[in-house]
Write a protein that binds this ligand. Structure first.
Ligand SMILES: Cc1cc2nc3c(=O)[nH]c(=O)nc-3n(C[C@H](O)[C@H](O)[C@H](O)COP(=O)(O)O)c2cc1C
Length: 446
């Protein structure tokens, strides 16, 4: 795959920013704030915040997704738009910002996924990205008439799934649709590639029923941080979305990932590592801390516990909430997140209650509470300290949380030369500094 950076060597390295968009905010109680406009089905709100991110020159808007619902889930996850449908609508009211949607390799078909993202890439003029996830929660199987595969098998499926999708995206040469009225030739039969994939999990003949898309391949994002997750990212991804608690942890993930990228013969600089982070901004540290305290006050422990238990993959009903987190066997569900939260509790000596509140605020992502300068300093330290190539910004609630970030933090990053002041190109590949790939040779894996 061609993923050489197109930027000249002399160009200063700049960070990439994604807006992690959730209609009811990221803090579990964000929607209760008097200034919050909550609603995952509120298209007007989603349109406005996406346009705010575009005006601030963000690389992309990012939509997570799940395929289940529960009344005690995080409010942004009880109900939400199907991501590709939402992004197709957002494509019509934006011009430059990248459009990233999550789609599962465990509960989907490569042909559907390839077709949907190629379609979005055409509709948006080259701004589509697929966040490849393997789906952690076993209860998802209840909606799909099949059994939930184990962690490592989910990744084995994902490896083959992504290869098939990329192969399907190369079904047609870029100039295959000649539409020659004189000769009566719409699509040149010499310019079609039949994938003919016969693998362990998928048999897919092809070709895909849509021309090769503006980016050649829509951008591949990968989210899932265990060893097999990192290998998938290292072999295939352009962007890695991750959750890291502190700079030391982020540096070690970053080094491990980049080493794996090199191990697959790829340029480590061609893969951008973007941790999520949740900024709580005030004019003073005291004001920012009070803002977080207020949000935490609206979080009953009964609504925080399911979020923690879900991430640990174990019930904590028989333990004292004000006691330490017990030693629990590693869960197959969200393995990397369970490890991260356990390490956090041990490092900071948190009780179960305190850990649950942390998860309710940022779900295990890094949180920065302080002034705009504190936030910019922390981002700069991670970016320059080998911990991140950019960030997926997670406002605690909308639209104010994003407005504060865009008004106060983005100008500081721009003044420091750390973030663009104008888009240099029109596609998401351009924003990420990645060349458009030519068609790949099919990957054989029998
Ligand atoms: C930062 C991050 C974001 C994720 N976002 C999603 C998501 O939106 N939807 C989903 O089904 N799974 C999501 N996942 C779950 C992964 O796809 C994967 O199933 C899970 O993390 C277990 O794999 P791991 O142990 O490799 O992390 C995410 C994982 C991470 C680390």
């Amino acid at each position: 795959m061609t993923t050489d950076r197109t930027k000249p060597d002399a160009a200063p390295r700049q960070m990439h920013l994604g807006l992690f968009l959730q209609g009811a905010g990221h803090h579990v109680s964000g929607w209760r704030h008097p200034n919050a406009e909550a609603g995952s089905e509120n298209f007007d709100l989603l349109r406005r915040v996406t346009q705010t991110a575009e005006a601030a020159k963000f690389d992309m808007v990012f939509l997570a997704d799940g395929l289940t619902s529960a009344v005690d889930a995080h409010p942004s996850m009880i109900a939400r738009f199907e991501p590709l449908t939402l992004l197709s609508a957002l494509a019509m009211v934006t011009e430059r910002i990248g459009l990233a949607a999550t789609a599962s390799t465990t509960y989907g078909e490569p042909y559907h996924v390839a077709r949907a993202f190629a379609s979005l890439d055409h509709l948006s003029g080259g701004r589509a990205a697929w966040n490849v996830v393997t789906t952690s929660y076993a209860r998802t199987a209840n909606n799909f008439s099949k059994a939930h595969p184990a962690h490592d098998e989910r990744y084995a499926v994902a490896e083959e799934f992504v290869d098939v999708v990329c192969g399907l995206w190369d079904s047609w040469d870029d100039d295959a649709f000649v539409k020659d009225k004189t000769r009566g030739v719409y699509a040149d039969p010499a310019k079609v590639r039949i994938l003919d994939h016969a693998g362990r999990y998928f048999n897919v003949k092809g070709p895909l029923n849509i021309p090769r898309s503006p980016q050649g391949h829509p951008i591949l994002i990968q989210a899932g941080s265990s060893g097999p997750g990192q290998d998938l990212a290292a072999r295939r991804a352009d962007v890695v979305f991750t959750a890291q608690q502190d700079i030391a942890e982020a540096q070690s993930f970053y080094a491990s990932l980049k080493q794996r990228v090199a191990g697959f013969g790829r340029d480590p600089a061609s893969v951008a590592v973007m941790p999520g982070f949740l900024p709580v901004i005030g004019r003073t540290l005291k004001e920012a801390s009070a803002k977080l305290f207020e949000l935490d006050q609206w979080t009953p422990i009964a609504s925080a516990m399911p979020l923690l238990e879900e991430r640990l993959g174990h019930s904590l009903a028989s333990y004292d909430l004000d006691g330490p987190l017990p030693d629990l066997p590693v869960s197959d569900q969200l393995r990397s997140r369970a490890e991260l939260l356990t390490a956090l509790a041990r490092r900071e000596g948190l009780t179960i209650r305190q850990l649950a509140l942390r998860v309710a605020a940022g779900r295990g992502h890094h949180m920065i509470v302080g002034t705009a300068a504190d936030v910019a300093d922390r981002m700069q330290a991670w970016f320059e300290g080998g911990a991140a190539d950019g960030f997926n910004v997670m406002p605690p609630f909308f639209p104010e949380g994003l407005d504060d970030f865009v008004r106060e933090v983005v100008p500081l990053l721009q003044e420091r030369g750390l973030f663009r002041t104008a888009y240099a190109g029109t596609t998401l590949r351009d924003h990420l500094g990645l060349a458009r790939p030519g068609p790949e040779e099919p990957v054989s894996r029998s």
